[in-house]
Design a protein. Structure first.
Length: 77
């Protein structure tokens, strides 16, 4: 077995796999109606803003906007 040829094949295959894996998000397509919902009833990442019916998952209201009251900066005591 020719090790140089095997190395080139392995490198070419790895390069192809990396190229395809990084390019695949660009191929994703979303219907325009669903894209229009972003920022309205969907978060900017596409998750549902509303909580569940049981109330165990609260509605998304923008996330953390301020640090928790007990949080202190590092080095301050």
């Amino acid at each position: 077995m020719n090790t140089v040829a095997s190395t080139y094949r392995l490198a070419a295959g790895s390069l192809l796999a990396c190229t395809l894996s990084f390019a695949s998000p660009a191929w994703a397509k979303v219907p325009q109606g669903e894209a229009d919902r972003l920022g309205k009833d969907l978060t900017l990442m596409g998750a549902t803003r509303a909580g569940n019916a049981e109330g165990s998952i609260p509605a998304f209201d923008g996330g953390i906007t301020a640090p928790p009251p007990a949080m202190r900066r590092a080095g301050n005591t």
